[in-house]
Write a protein that binds this ligand. Structure first.
Ligand code: BTN
Length: 247
């Protein structure tokens, strides 16, 4: 059953709103807010969400196969965002593994937060939160805590119409999530490679595996990062913090 498409003035978080809906969200729902009072980023960080400028959207999608089958979903969502931008004729963006959408010239354009609930091999739901910068003020840039960019900068200084961006994103999510449900990340791997900003770049990685360097060598069919080591071997990384080394 189709759930809702709702636009709110203010919510604590569009993702929290969908969590509270539970079964009422149906199999597919989309919630947008003009502003969020408690926007959430990854790793418990806050996502600044002032009104009027940017896009804050969450989408709930149910999957029958359980989240065992959802590896690569967050990477696929990055590809879906870039497909939407492409339909809007906005070029100059790419992906930094696992799912940051960056301007090719640097700066984060869009944050993606995927939260899963339900069963490992049974009915489950993904709540996909997308925060997309259309136009950043100097104050917002200063507060962001990391280099940020906006669609206005990619489109010659004029921010694209927000409703058109929202419609393109929703259309791309409907198509893309259906495709993911049938074919998994394999259906996104070729597009991911087109948008991969880390390919061939010198990378510094850190995480549970320790700290090491290597060269970005794409992603595998499950969405794991492949890193070419100095001895020529390729290491497969499921989770790590990645930065591009500037020399
Ligand atoms: C990140 O840390 O990069 C992910 C940021 C995700 C922000 C979006 S805005 C819409 C949705 N609601 C939230 O509270 N967070 C996500």
């Amino acid at each position: 059953a189709l759930g809702a498409l709702e636009v709110h003035w203010e919510l604590d978080s569009t993702s929290s709103e969908l969590q509270r809906r539970g079964a009422a969200a149906g199999d597919f729902s989309v919630v947008l807010a003009e502003t969020q009072s408690a926007g959430r980023g990854r790793r418990g960080r806050e996502w600044l969400s002032p009104p009027g400028l940017n896009l804050y959207m969450s989408c709930l999608k149910r999957f029958d196969a359980g989240f065992a089958a959802l590896s690569g979903l967050s990477l696929a969502v990055g590809v879906i965002v870039l497909r939407a931008l492409e339909r809007l004729d906005i070029a100059g963006a790419g992906l930094k593994w696992p799912n940051d959408v960056l301007a090719a010239a640097g700066g984060k354009l869009c944050g993606i937060l995927v939260e899963l609930s339900g069963e490992y091999q049974g009915p489950c739901a993904a709540i996909i939160g997308i925060g997309l910068n259309l136009r950043l003020t100097a104050a917002l840039r200063a507060q962001a805590g990391q280099p940020a960019c906006d669609l206005a900068s990619l489109a010659g200084g004029v921010p694209p119409d927000r409703n058109r961006v929202a419609a393109a994103l929703i259309a791309a999510l409907v198509d893309g999530l259906r495709q993911f449900e049938h074919d998994g990340f394999a259906a996104f791997r070729a597009d991911y490679a087109r948008y991969d900003l880390l390919h061939g770049q010198p990378l510094q990685l850190s995480g549970a595996l320790g700290a090491f360097g290597g060269i970005g060598a794409g992603v595998d069919a499950q969405g794991a990062l492949q890193v070419r080591m100095a001895d020529g071997s390729v290491r497969r990384i499921d989770s790590a913090d990645v930065t591009v080394r500037r020399s």
